[in-house]
Design a protein around this ligand. Structure first.
Ligand code: C2E
Ligand code: MG
Ligand code: MG
Length: 616
């Protein structure tokens, strides 16, 4: 609801409350005026003319109407005459659904006059058919000797307040954009469904959690207005497809999807027979949702990834079902999108493990639980050590060293990679500077440092690298920044600009894991790259597979044409070394020479005699 209309409603509510207070004062006045009541109609009418509100005065047994004000007659639309003739007939002006309740609240017609004040709220139906909400206060009127002589009833038409309250409630339970139920209403429904599944054996329900693939890209590229229209269109499609009378699953009419926020929607499938009913609906929705949406001259396509949970999991809380459905949806997204995945308990355990790891990782950054290991890189023509690749290790207090593949992805996902990567850069740069000072050689030792995608896209990497070069005093040309092929290929143009800027600082650049990122050789010349690192999977296969050798040969030849040098990763055998030498590969790195080692061990390695002839 718009802010303006919300505050208008609140204003109305305030007014009604204020007039409630006025009413209290008027009731007092009425009570005072009727002390020692005379049944003079004239006197009463005179008194009533001072009160604007609807009110009436009846005998204690409510059989005789002494007076009814024109304001009340206006609310119900009956003539005064009919009310005077039969005061009990007022009950007929009540909404049929409210009659019983009002009578019960009054303590029953036959219970005799009561001596206390009473408040009621009910609906009356005007002669013209309109329904009004009326609040009444009925107070006893006593004579000087304390006997009950009448009841004075004051009524207030609270229809506006009621409507305002209903509107506020509806606004609080519905999504403004799509008008679908929101999280609050969904939670109510889910809680009801959970209750019911506990009470009624055989009653089952399922929850479908939908998230739209590529929604963010659409929003970012076509604008938020198109994004909003897409969400409305999605809501309509979901609604249309769920409303369809589904005999197989006996869905209740009106079980609309809810929008949780963003591009997340949830559907509660009420009264399913088994899981296959839920997967059938998911499949049907996926088909319906995969057709393009015609929006603002675009054909917008956004498929849905769907997570499914059934009530078989014996849940107690709505939020737990939503959490598991979300987890299953996440799996659907991560395993190819535009599909559905049914939740199983292992996913929950994985998610918990992941969350624990995430917490530990956040703490680890503060506690400096990281270390860099260094793996030698060796020139293949001579066997000379040219430098190292810095590889991060997490020194976990209980689990020991955790390899980077187990936490780099997570660190990237939660943004921790940026501070972590900055630390790696600074640490590796000062380490190589130290080794330059201690072990000067010509050309000087180099340091390869891995950069992750997020470091390039979500931090001022150029500024960071430049500051570190300044602070450590390292020779920039000995730093080799490694960027994986897949990072480059995700946004080649943007990356090229960034790499050019980095090169402007004097550092060298490597394309890491070449051969795994689906770039074609023809793309290579677009990037300002100095070194190509051929991925380990190619090297592994060269021993037994001649085709791989041919591919490597092609890569090396092209790289050399483009003035790039080539390093082979993961070299493990003397046979591979010989083959790579024959293919004129420039350098290699792998367990054949040495695995990654601590800084102390690397320092000892530097001091070893260098070259193939001597070390063989
Ligand atoms: P990478 O950059 O391709 O590093 C080479 C990986 O291959 C290292 O794994 C290394 O230990 C391993 N390796 C080297 N020689 C051999 C061998 O002969 N046989 C086998 N089987 N493996 C070998 P590690 O240290 O587990 O690192 C894995 C990946 O984690 C790295 O792959 C890199 O992508 C990433 N990584 C490591 N440190 C950092 C870092 O500081 N920042 C970022 N962003 N990523 C890092
Ligand atoms: Mg690397
Ligand atoms: Mg690599």
């Amino acid at each position: 609801m718009e802010h303006a209309s919300q505050s208008r409603l609140q204003e109305q509510l305030r007014e009604v409350t204020l007039s409630n207070c006025t009413l209290e004062a008027e009731i007092d006045q009425l009570k005072r005026g009727t002390q020692g009541l005379t049944r003079s109609e004239q006197h009463l009418q005179l008194m009533a003319s001072h009160i604007d509100e609807a009110f009436w005065l009846v005998s204690p047994d409510e059989r005789e109407l002494y007076y009814v004000s024109p304001a009340y007659v206006a609310i119900v639309g009956h003539s005064c005459d009919s009310l005077y003739a039969d005061p009990a007939s007022w009950i007929e002006s009540l909404h049929p659904d409210d009659r019983q309740t009002v009578l019960a609240e009054q303590g029953g017609r036959g219970a005799g006059p009561h001596r206390d004040s009473r408040d009621h709220e009910y609906r009356v139906v005007h002669e013209d058919g309109s329904v009004h909400h009326v609040w009444i206060r009925s107070v006893p009127v006593f004579s000087d000797d304390g006997s009950l002589v009448a009841r004075a009833v004051v009524a207030l038409d609270v229809t506006e307040r009621k409507t305002a309250e209903d509107e506020l409630r509806s606004a609080a339970l519905h999504d403004k954009l799509t008008t679908l139920p929101n999280r609050a209403l969904l939670t109510e429904r889910l809680t009801d469904a959970i209750q019911r599944s506990k009470q009624e054996p055989g009653y089952k329900f399922a929850v479908l959690f939908l998230d739209f693939d590529r929604f963010k890209i659409i929003n970012d590229s076509l604008g938020h207005e198109v994004g909003d229209l897409l969400l409305i269109s999605i809501a309509q499609r979901l609604t249309a497809n769920l409303r369809r009378n589904d005999r197989a699953t006996r869905f209740q009419e009106g079980h609309l999807p809810a929008r949780l926020g963003g591009d997340e929607f949830v559907i509660v499938l009420d009264g399913i027979r088994d899981l296959s009913d839920a997967t059938a609906v998911a499949e049907r929705l996926q088909v319906a949702l995969s057709a393009p949406h015609a929006i603002g001259g675009h054909d917008v396509i956004s498929t849905a990834s769907i997570g499914i949970v059934t009530s078989a999991g014996e849940y107690d809380r709505a939020e737990d079902i939503l959490r598991d459905a979300d987890t299953a949806m996440y799996h659907a997204k991560n395993t190819g999108k535009a599909r559905h995945v049914v939740f199983d308990e292992r996913m929950h355990q994985d998610a918990v493990d992941q969350l624990n790891l995430e917490e530990e990782l956040r703490r680890a950054v503060g506690k400096e639980q990281f270390r860099l290991d260094y793996q030698p890189i060796v020139e293949l023509s001579t066997g000379r050590l040219t430098g190292f690749e810095a590889l991060i290790r997490w020194e976990h207090p209980e689990r020991g060293d955790v390899p980077p593949l187990e936490f780099i992805g997570l660190a990237e996902e939660i943004g921790l990679i940026v501070p972590m990567g900055t630390w790696v850069l600074a640490e590796a740069a000062s380490q190589i500077k130290l080794w330059h000072d201690r072990y000067p050689q010509d050309p000087p030792l180099e340091m390869n440092i891995n950069l992750s995608r997020r470091q390039l896209t979500h931090s001022d990497i150029v500024e960071t690298v430049s500051r570190i070069i300044r602070d450590t005093g390292v020779d920039a040309s000995t730093l080799k920044l490694e960027v994986t092929e897949s990072t480059l290929m995700k946004s080649p143009e943007r990356m090229t600009g960034l790499l050019e800027e980095l090169k402007g600082l004097g550092v060298h650049l490597c394309m890491d894991d070449f051969g795994t990122g689906y770039s074609s050789l023809s793309c290579l010349h677009h990037f300002p790259i100095d070194v190509l690192k051929i991925d380990r999977t190619f090297i592994l296969n060269t021993d037994e597979n001649r085709e791989y050798a041919a591919v490597i040969h092609a890569i090396i030849t092209l790289a050399h044409t483009l003035k790039m040098s080539v390093v082979s990763e993961g070299v493990e055998t003397g046979g591979q070394v010989a083959q790579l030498q024959a293919l004129e590969c420039d350098a290699a790195q792998g367990n054949y020479f040495a695995a990654a080692m601590t800084a102390t061990a690397a320092e000892a390695y530097i001091q070893r005699p260098q070259g193939f002839a001597k070390s063989a």
